[in-house]
Design a protein around this ligand. Structure first.
Ligand code: UGA
Length: 433
């Protein structure tokens, strides 16, 4: 099939690469000439394990074509996926300007029947608006259908998630549109949920919000665990083995971040306000997440008896999660900002996110170092903010020798408290000590 993909962010580029690899001809449209040039040479604008190899292979095979031209991409495409960003506006609502701009360009360039499917996460009702935008500019005799086909991939495991989805959700009005999307997804093993456009749009928000709810639930339990001397990891194992609950997304820590959960919980809250329904549960999820950042900083502050002035802190991990260089809404940002405000000197190391961190934390004085051991040298404490595998495999004896004080605040529970104590560390986990 000929496909057009609008956008080459996580969703767009991964979708383009996977469908090209499955034998389709995929035209991927972008707006930034430098990025399109780089992509033509197989260079991804972001780090995602394994992605560049698949992009390169399919560019060489001429199944994956990057372009600045909507007309080349949209002409004769059977399915057009909108995969542009929908960041939060100041009031929490999703900014849909890129979605509507893409819809306008698609409308102007449609040459025959196509399915225009939105993969971007968009509030309920947005696809109907996309339809109106296209109708206003398209040629009279050209037919199209809209569809909602939300994406569930995670950064860091994006290729695997796209090829092995738990479900594929297709929301459309016509059988023709459903059939086209079913045909495209046929080689991918996964259960289909075929439904209306509004339901498909809502599934994406409800999915991300229940995952964020699980995390905030684990974090709220972890606050209590620290007070009563319980171990949150065991508690989550104890409840997670109940199949109705499940163990995943119950890892307590410094809070969730990234380009999805914070923005999507906010947008869902904004929807409850717009339609005047009860949104307290979702607001609590967001509040607990913020408290998770603050609680971590407070623990460090308390240990140093309220005085962080000139304390040298080794921060391990900046990205919002491992295996990505993404810093969007990373918990490390509010945590580091607060620590620096309290007078601490932060020495930070991240295997991949340094460049993006420098942009996001531009006005914050941080020393970036190129290894864990360099960060630890002469530091008063170690703070783990992202659970990179590299940090799980450290030579802890070497780390202890380099530190001025053998103190570890583990915001991701990557170390075993008993083992750390045996090695002579003062260890503070999250929801367990
Ligand atoms: C999330 C969803 O998991 C995907 O299904 C969805 O497609 C995507 O958003 C999206 O809407 O595009 P992603 O943001 O890439 O994916 O990352 P996750 O693996 O879900 O992690 C999000 C945040 O939650 C990270 O900061 C992570 O550290 C945190 N987290 C995750 C926890 O604190 N505890 C957990 O148990 C799990």
């Amino acid at each position: 099939m000929k496909l057009a993909i609008i956008g080459h962010g996580y969703v767009g580029l991964v979708t383009a690469a996977v469908f090209a690899d499955l034998g389709n001809t995929v035209w991927c449209v972008g707006r930034t000439p430098e990025k399109i040039e780089a992509l033509k040479n197989g260079i991804s604008p972001f780090y995602e394990p394994g992605l560049e190899e698949v992009v390169k292979k399919n560019v060489v095979a001429k199944r994956l074509i990057f372009t600045l031209s909507y007309s080349d991409a949209v002409r004769d495409a059977e399915i057009i996926f909108i995969c542009v960003g929908t960041p939060s506006l100041a009031n929490g609502e999703a900014d849909l300007s890129s979605v509507f701009a893409a819809a306008g360009e698609i409308g102007k360039n449609l040459s025959g029947y196509a399915v225009v499917a939105c993969k971007s996460t968009v509030p309920v009702g947005t696809n109907r608006e996309v339809e109106k935008v296209i109708n206003a500019v398209k040629l009279k005799n050209v037919q199209f259908d809209i569809a909602s086909c939300p994406e569930f991939l995670r950064e860091g495991t994006a290729l695997h998630d796209t090829l092995n989805p738990d479900r594929i959700v297709i929301g459309a009005d016509t059988q023709k549109a459903k059939d086209a999307l079913l045909r495209l997804h046929e080689p991918i093993d996964g259960r289909f949920v075929i439904t209306t456009i509004e339901t498909a749009e809502m599934i994406k928000y409800a999915a991300n919000t229940i995952l964020a709810t699980k995390i905030s639930f684990a974090n709220a339990v972890s606050f209590l665990c620290e007070k009563v001397g319980a171990d949150v990891e065991k508690v989550m194992e104890g409840i997670g083995l109940d199949k109705r609950i499940g163990r995943q997304f119950l890892r307590a820590g410094v809070g969730y971040g990234g380009s999805c959960f914070p923005k999507d919980v906010k947008a869902l809250i904004a929807m409850t306000k717009k339609y005047r329904t009860e949104g307290g549960l979702f607001e609590a999820v967001e509040k607990i997440n913020k408290l998770s950042h603050e609680h971590f900083v407070e623990k460090v502050r308390k240990f140093f008896k309220g005085d962080l002035k000139n304390k040298r802190l080794a921060v391990l991990g900046l990205a919002f999660k491992p295996d990505t260089d993404d810093m969007r809404d990373a918990p490390s940002v509010p945590v580091i900002k607060d620590l620096v405000k309290l007078g601490a000197r932060v020495f930070a190391y991240d295997p991949k996110a340094e460049v993006n961190a420098k942009r996001v934390l531009a006005d914050i004085p941080i020393v970036y170092v190129s290894s864990v051991y360099e960060a630890c040298k002469g530091s008063d404490a170690v703070l783990v903010l992202t659970e990179w595998n590299e940090f799980k495999q450290l030579d802890l004896i070497k780390m202890k020798k380099l530190l001025k004080n053998p103190v570890v605040f583990d915001g991701r529970n990557i170390y075993e408290p008993e083992n750390m104590k045996k090695l002579g560390f003062k260890y503070f986990g999250t929801g367990r000590n």
